[in-house]
Design a protein around this ligand. Structure first.
Ligand code: GLY
Length: 339
């Protein structure tokens, strides 16, 4: 059994990400020494039988994007209060990206910051959501609009949990893996699963180490995300996040080409990698209009200075702000007319 350990090193603190089959069996060694109690936050259907040496209670949260709300944070906080959780204790999120985002945010606000450990059970959580300390919940107006940066104390990527992961959830994880493919040029699908997850964690960790609060390089991790978030909102979450990212990556290439940043061959390469290599859908689903998507993109929290995209160039991806809405409208209409 190969176990990988990647340490995410930030100024004054670091935490391990353990990757491999059965790694979560070692969780007791990675709990904060001060913890006397643990709250496990998970969803029904996710095996969350952790071997914990301390008192613990499991709280089940709902399924679906509507659970990612301030109401859930309030009800979790009331559970913490009833259990007498202090900031010496630990909150453990066991699940996919939604669970780790919620558990992380609840931990960040409980007593102004309580340690959190993530046990990522989906590919998307392992390669992206559970790493790097972005936590948060949605508002009706947009995704992840309320949140905090709160780094975990440890993250477990137990590959055993992928064996029973539904096909669609695996595809979602692949959307984020494809993003790393374009950011680094790595042939990630050629790697063994444990190596692939470890490499993705390493890539994500290095961006986070360089720019924890996303004032620069970390924003590259938003490649494909501007259109993705808009499609998630406009479509009422009929597209899962990773599926939307895959389409967003291909649109970003078309937009970059329309702005004379990349060649048509590079656009073809995006089409090929997303649709053929990763086997992911690469077109906006029917029922979404250009104007509704434009509107949603302009409300995105990445839009600090006008419409903002990560766009490829001959020097690699760059963050481009103030992209004209006419340019985006035209590129999107043309993209949406493609077969
Ligand atoms: N998912 C993008 C980031 O963590 O920065």
């Amino acid at each position: 059994m190969t176990t990988h350990r990647i340490d995410v090193r930030l100024p004054g603190r670091e935490y391990p990400v353990l990757i491999g089959h059965g790694v979560v069996e070692d969780i007791a060694q990675f709990l904060p020494k001060s913890a006397r109690k643990a709250v496990i936050i998970t969803q029904s259907g996710i095996p969350a039988n952790l071997a914990l040496p301390i008192e613990s209670k499991t709280v089940i949260i709902g399924q679906g994007e509507s659970t990612k709300s301030l109401a859930t944070i309030e009800s979790l906080s009331q559970e913490f209060a009833d259990m007498g959780i202090t900031r010496n204790d630990v909150i453990i999120g066991v699940g996919g990206g939604m669970v780790t985002d919620i558990a992380g945010f609840a931990a960040s606000t409980w007593h102004r910051g309580t340690p959190v450990v993530h046990v990522a059970t989906s590919l998307l959580a392992m390669v992206d959501a559970a790493i790097g300390g972005k936590t948060g919940v949605n508002l009706p107006q947009g995704k992840n609009l309320v949140g905090a940066f709160w780094q975990p104390s440890a993250v477990f990527c137990d590959l055993d949990s992928l064996a029973t992961l539904p096909e669609r959830e695996l595809r979602c994880g692949l959307g984020e893996v494809a993003k790393y493919h374009f950011l680094t040029g790595d042939d990630l699908l050629a790697m063994r699963l444990d190596e692939r997850v470890a490499r993705c964690v390493g890539i994500k960790g290095s961006f986070v180490e360089q720019d924890e609060r996303e004032s620069g390089k970390r924003a590259f991790l938003n490649y494909g995300h501007t259109l993705a978030h808009a499609m998630e909102i406009v479509g009422g979450h009929q597209l899962a996040h990773g599926e939307a990212v895959a389409i967003g990556l291909v649109f970003a290439a078309h937009l970059a080409h329309a702005m004379n940043r990349i060649s048509s061959e590079r656009v073809d390469y995006h089409e090929l990698v997303v649709a053929k290599t990763y086997g992911l859908a690469s077109r906006v689903p029917p029922g979404m209009s250009v104007e509704s998507l434009l509107n949603a993109m302009s409300r995105d929290k990445k839009a600090l200075s006008g419409l903002t995209f990560v766009l490829d160039s001959e020097h690699g991806p760059q963050v481009v702000s103030n992209v004209s809405s006419d340019m985006v409208r035209k590129a999107l209409a043309s993209f949406m007319s493609l077969a």
